[in-house]
Design a protein around this ligand. Structure first.
Ligand code: DCP
Ligand code: MG
Length: 401
């Protein structure tokens, strides 16, 4: 055995923190995200609410239709970040390398500390116990020979789960007849494509390796490896705040000369950056704008800002920089935040992400955008955050200028 990896993932994270701190919420369907009267989505919900079919990223109106008796709360990011820091302190004790994926999830390389599988089991159990005793929350732990298998294992017995996958054979036996979506990196889009070509299960991927490489290229090669349980990736000691920046950029199908349109695009890009930044619980100390002109000449501009994770700020700062550059046809535009840190000396209270200082403005900008281009995001903003949909939306907007 080359490595022993633990994947730990909190159960219904935001919702569990709220239930921990307010016993009155326990045992009832609890949905964290927007309120039913607002526009927005479900960030997460507790397991009682999941029985009604509610899940992350669902339109809040749809959630309300499924469960009008549920309790709907705004998220409290500051609190989740503090809890996340506590969790990391516990996890990291047992790992030679720890890779934070989001506020509630990490890979731990425990090869050295564990020595063998019995040792790994002790560590896995200990982590669960300490998280419960010291933080008052449950988590699910997967112990395995690879990252993919460890993630699979932690999901296998959720919530409050514990599961081991010691060998590639065990991994393959577990998933061979499951839908391709079970594999890490197979999202809705890829699954749809594979299904279309009659590749439905992991077994089909094994059998049709060549087709899959033809169909998906490099991603296909990865999938045909992972279908046999082969994953040599190491746990990369990484904290999201070590990343240099979080950004989003977009190349247009045809060059853009209308700078007002560019501003609208910047708002969508800013929403996407905001989403990613909040998911990892960080703030930016600066905003930067990137442009590539039609003649391939590029430029970037940056400005320092107070701890920032909001789309409105990213947008406004980017627009301010855009106003000051030469107006020539643009081929690519991007915005990002940099100088990332986990701490904020906040003037704004984040108790509630929709009553946040500029949330009225955020909604106003969204409404204007929708009217101008005859769009209806109603709860579908989550989709915009993914590159492909963002790209399609922007091209649609351009045609409806
Ligand atoms: N989150 C979010 N938007 C999403 C998905 C997740 O804001 N589309 C937030 C809320 C979650 C947290 O990230 O509490 C962790 O995400 P997970 O996918 O791990 O979901 P949970 O921890 O809530 O539930 P599970 O028990 O399935 O892990
Ligand atoms: Mg989780």
């Amino acid at each position: 055995m080359d490595q022993i990896i633990i994947h730990v993932d909190m159960d219904a994270f935001y919702a569990s923190v709220e239930m921990r701190d307010n016993p009155a919420l326990r045992g009832k369907p609890l949905i964290i995200g927007s309120k039913p009267t607002e526009r927005g989505v479900v960030a997460t919900c507790n397991y009682e609410a999941r029985k009604y079919g509610i899940h992350s990223a669902m339109n809040i109106k749809e959630a309300y239709r499924l469960c009008p008796s549920g309790i709907y709360l705004h998220p409290n990011f500051e609190k989740y970040k503090a809890v996340s820091a506590q969790l990391n302190d516990i996890w990291n004790t047992y790992a030679s390398a720890s890779e934070r994926i989001s506020l509630d999830e990490a890979y731990l390389d425990v090869t050295d500390q564990a020595v063998n599988w019995e040792g790994a089991r002790r560590i896995g159990r200990l982590i669960k116990q300490r998280v419960l005793d010291e933080v008052g929350l449950t988590c699910s732990v997967g112990v395995a020979y690879s990252k993919t298998a460890a993630k699979m294992a932690s999901e296998e017995k959720k919530p409050d789960g514990y599961f081991e996958i010691r060998t590639p054979e065990d991994f393959v036996n577990l998933i061979i007849d499951r839908d391709v979506k079970v594999l890490y990196t197979v999202g809705e889009k890829t699954a749809e494509k594979l299904h279309y070509f009659g590749i439905n299960t992991v077994r089909d991927i094994q059998l049709r390796g060549d087709d899959i490489v033809k169909l998906l290229g490099k991603h296909g090669r990865w999938l045909s490896q992972i279908a046999y349980g082969i994953d040599k990736r190491k746990v990369e000691p990484y904290r999201p705040e070590d990343a240099k920046s979080i950004g989003r950029e977009l190349t247009f199908q045809a060059d853009v000369t209308d700078f007002e349109f560019l501003k609208d695009v910047l708002f969508l890009l800013s929403l996407s950056v905001e989403n990613r930044t909040r998911r990892v619980g960080l703030y930016g100390g600066g905003v930067s704008l990137k442009i590539t002109y039609a003649n391939m000449k590029g430029l970037t501009r940056s400005r320092l800002v107070p701890a920032c994770d909001s789309a409105v700020t990213i947008y406004k700062e980017s627009v301010r920089m855009l106003d000051r550059i030469e107006k020539r046809p643009v081929r690519l535009i991007g915005t990002s935040i940099y100088n990332l840190s986990g701490d904020s000396v906040r003037q704004l209270s984040f108790d509630d992400f929709l009553t946040e200082g500029n949330s009225g403005e955020r909604q106003k900008l969204l409404d204007e955008l929708q009217q101008k281009y005859h769009l209806d995001f109603a709860g579908n903003l989550e989709k915009i955050y993914h590159g492909e949909t963002l790209h399609r939306t922007v091209e649609y907007m351009r045609k409806h200028l």
